[in-house]
Design a protein around this ligand. Sequence first.
Ligand code: FES
Length: 154
Amino acid sequence: MSPSISLTLNGAKRDVALDDPRVTLLDLLRERLALPGTKKGCDRGQCGACTVLVNGRRVNSCLTLAATLDGAEITTIEGLAAGDDLHPVQAAFIENDAFQCGYCTPGQIMSAVGLIAEDRAGEDLERIREGMSGNICRCAAYHGITLAVRQATR
Ligand code: FES
């Protein structure tokens, strides 16, 4: 019998069998749990595209073994909006034109949600840039991203 873990995933309890104890949270979300909103960029902790919240803290899901998460609360980009009502960070990204191709956007938004929850955002754009520095945007939409995070903080 495969070992299993219990998660609270986007507010719902899930028991998940782990066929491979080496599976990462990123691969579990995308390939086993049909949640492809979390993106795979580098798969080695360098780009931030795979950022999700674990117990309210930002993590790179590509570096996190699912087997270590028994009992954890996971929030992905799919869990942010309430029906048709976008999360304030999602709305701020749209209003500030904070993306171009959009590939990094789920990770950027989850990182911004975590940063604000950590009370590390605020009005200072330089502070926001530093707090978001683990999330790379190849299209260089950084100015809009920074403005969006500031707006969502207010
Ligand atoms: Fe995880 Fe790049 S895919 S940090």
